[in-house]
Every structure is written in structure tokens, then in C-alpha cells.
Ligand binder design. Structure first.
Ligand code: 5GP
Ligand code: ZN
Length: 114
């Protein structure tokens, strides 16, 4: 996906503040953090929304959570807690159409979310 912002990060055309990376997953700091830690975990493969996930993506989808777990460990959030969120589509407020798992922590979260 040539003009996808997050694909540009995967290709190294834009350098994010990387927190974690492996063969299939990249995690970097959100440019507009909503908590002391706000990291986005993305697959290196372009997948636009949760609606575009296929059975063949099952392992990759799981790897996003394993990466989120590692981000939490690196950021010292494993014990205090953190929130993971993946928005899908208009009503959820998805703004970047390359799936990303938000990892938010370092403050008390509220429920229900807005
Ligand atoms: P969404 O609303 O799609 O779930 O979340 C998109 C997120 O991407 C937002 O939290 C926004 O701050 C973040 N974002 C948008 N543009 C950039 C960027 O250029 N760099 C980084 N690091 N984050 C971005
Ligand atoms: Zn993309």
C-alpha cells in the first residue's frame, strides 16, 4: 500500500519512535499520546480494518497481542495494568486504515470509553 502512513513506517520511509519490532510486527509511540504510555502495535502486512481479517491472519492477530504484552513489559506496565483498543470503522473513530492495537497505560483508565 504505497500511500498508507503505517506501511511507510514499515518500509522505513517514515521513522517512528519504535518500541518493539520483530519479523511481522512493529510497535511505535503514538504521535498524539492519550496516556503516559501510548504505543501502536501494527502488523507489517497491510490490513485495513478488522473487517479485512481472514482466517489466515489468525496467528498474526495473536502476535499483535503478544507484542502488546512485550510493550507493556518494556514500559513497566505489566503489574499496574494497561488498556488495549483496536478501533474499527467510522463509529469507532478509526482514522488510519491499517489495523493497529493501541496500548495505553501509566494512568487510571475509565469505563465505559467515550
Ligand atoms: P485510530 O483513531 O485510527 O484508532 O488511531 C490512529 C492513531 O494514529 C491516533 O492515535 C493518532 O494519534 C496516530 N497517528 C496518526 N498519525 C500518526 C503519525 O504520523 N505518527 C504516529 N506515531 N502516530 C500517528
Ligand atoms: Zn498499510
Amino acid at each position: 500500500m504505497n500511500d498508507c502512513l503505517f506501511c511507510k513506517m514499515v518500509r522505513g520511509e517514515i521513522q517512528p519512535k519504535t518500541v518493539y519490532e520483530d519479523e511481522r510486527v512493529l510497535a511505535f509511540r503514538d504521535i498524539n499520546p492519550q496516556a503516559p504510555t501510548h504505543v501502536l502495535v501494527i502488523p507489517k502486512e497491510h490490513i485495513a480494518t478488522i473487517n479485512d481479517l481472514r482466517p489466515g491472519h489468525a496467528a498474526l492477530a495473536g502476535e499483535l497481542y503478544l507484542a502488546a504484552r512485550e510493550v507493556a513489559r518494556l514500559e513497566g506496565l505489566s503489574e499496574s495494568g494497561y488498556r488495549t483498543v483496536m478501533n474499527c470503522g467510522r463509529d469507532a473513530g478509526q482514522a488510519v486504515f491499517h489495523i493497529h492495537l493501541h496500548v495505553l497505560g501509566g494512568r487510571q483508565m475509565h469505563w465505559p470509553p467515550g
